[in-house]
Design a protein around this ligand. Structure first.
Ligand code: PBG
Length: 323
C-alpha cells in the first residue's frame, strides 16, 4: 500500500479520543416528557400500545412529576384524556378541566418542572379532528377562536408554554395576541410548525381515543412528501411569534429537522412520536434490537440533525441511561 497521510481511524482509537472529537452530546437537558392525564385518583395504568407510559390521575401525575425533577428532566408536555367529548370541543377550555387542574397541581408540587400543554381539539371533539367540523370541512378561523380560549385557560392554570399541535393557519399569531390581551405576555409558544399527516401517531390516538372518526387529517397536516413547505410553515410561525418551532415526527424526518435548523434562528424541537417509539419497543421485545442502545442512537440522531430539544416517551429511561 502507498503511505497514507490521513488515517481516520486514529481519531477513533480509544475512548479518550472518541470523547474529544464527539460532535454531538445528548443531555438530560434536551428532554421533554409527554404525559397523559386522566380523571380519578390512584390511577397509574400502563398504555398498552405505549409500554412504559401511563394514564395517570392527577395525584399520580404529581408523584411522577417529582420523580422527573429528581431525574433532572426539565419539562413535561401534558395531554388530557377527555371523557365528555362534544362536537365543539368545549372541554378544551373549561377553566376547571382536567388539564387545567393538572397544571395547578403540578405547579404547586413540582415548581421546578417547566410545564408545556397541548393545544388542539382532537381529544375533546366527538369527531376526533383537531378543529371544528362544519359540513364535513375542518373550519379554520372558527377553530382558531376556540384554540385561543384553550390557550388562555392553560396559561391561567399555570402553563409555561402553550404548544399548538392543530396545524390551523394563523393560530400562532392569534394565540400570541390572545395571551398578551389576557396579561400572559410571559407565556411562551412552541408551534408544531411542520407537522406531517403521519401514520406514526397511531399509538397516541389509541391512548387518547382521539383518532378521527371520519376521514383523515390531510387537509391540515402536511404531506410527508414535502420539505420546502416545512420551511414556509416554520418561517411564518416565527413571524407570528413562535418562541420555538417543532418538526414532527422526528426520526423519519431528519432531513426536515436539518432544513428547518438552517432556515430559522429560534430553537427547534422535534417530536419522536408514539409510533416511532413503538417500532423500537416492539423490535426490542422480540429481541431484534438492544433497547438501550437503539433508544440512545435514535435520540442522538435527532439531535445531530439539528433539534435543540426532543419530546420523547423515552425521556425517563434516557435520563437514567445518561446519568
Ligand atoms: C393531536 C396530536 C397528535 C400527537 C400530538 N398531538 C396526534 C395527531 O395529530 O393525530 C401525536 C403524538 C404522538 O404520536 O406521539 N393534536
Amino acid at each position: 500500500m502507498k503511505p497514507m497521510r490521513h488515517r481516520y481511524r486514529r481519531n477513533r482509537r480509544n475512548d479518550g479520543i472518541r470523547r474529544l472529537v464527539r460532535e454531538t452530546e445528548l443531555s438530560v437537558n434536551d428532554l421533554i416528557y409527554p404525559m397523559f392525564v386522566v380523571e380519578g385518583s390512584g390511577i397509574k395504568k400502563e398504555i398498552s400500545t405505549m409500554p412504559g407510559n401511563y394514564h395517570l390521575s392527577i395525584d399520580c401525575l404529581v408523584e411522577e412529576g417529582r420523580r422527573l425533577v429528581d431525574l433532572g428532566i426539565p419539562a413535561v408536555n401534558l395531554f388530557g384524556y377527555c371523557e365528555d367529548k362534544d362536537l365543539k370541543g368545549t372541554g378544551a377550555y373549561n377553566p376547571d378541566g382536567l388539564v387545567q387542574r393538572a397544571l395547578r397541581a403540578l405547579k404547586a408540587d413540582c415548581p421546578a418542572l417547566y410545564l408545556q400543554t397541548d393545544v388542539a381539539l382532537d381529544p375533546y371533539t366527538t369527531t376526533g379532528h383537531d378543529g371544528l367540523v362544519v359540513d364535513g370541512e375542518i373550519v379554520n378561523d372558527e377553530t382558531v377562536d376556540v384554540l385561543c380560549k384553550q390557550a388562555v385557560s392553560h396559561a391561567e392554570a399555570g402553563g409555561d408554554m402553550i404548544t399548538p399541535s392543530d396545524m390551523m393557519d394563523g393560530r400562532i399569531g392569534a394565540i400570541r395576541d390572545a395571551l398578551d390581551a389576557a396579561g400572559y405576555q410571559d407565556t411562551a409558544i412552541m408551534s408544531y410548525a411542520a407537522k406531517y399527516a403521519s401514520c406514526f401517531y397511531g399509538p397516541f390516538r389509541g391512548a387518547l381515543d382521539s383518532a378521527p372518526r371520519e376521514g383523515d387529517k390531510k387537509t391540515y397536516q402536511m404531506d410527508p412528501a414535502n420539505r420546502r413547505e416545512a420551511v414556509k410553515e416554520v418561517t411564518k410561525d416565527v413571524e407570528e411569534g413562535a418562541d420555538v418551532v417543532m418538526v414532527k415526527p422526528a426520526l423519519a424526518y431528519l432531513d426536515v429537522i436539518a432544513e428547518v435548523r438552517r432556515a430559522v434562528d429560534v430553537p427547534v424541537a422535534a417530536y419522536h412520536v408514539s409510533g416511532e417509539y413503538g417500532m423500537i419497543m416492539a423490535a426490542a421485545e422480540k429481541g431484534w434490537l438492544d433497547l438501550d442502545r437503539a433508544m440512545v442512537e435514535a435520540t442522538l440522531a435527532i439531535k445531530r440533525a439539528g433539534a435543540d430539544m426532543i419530546l420523547t416517551y423515552f425521556a425517563p429511561k434516557l435520563a437514567e441511561a445518561l446519568a
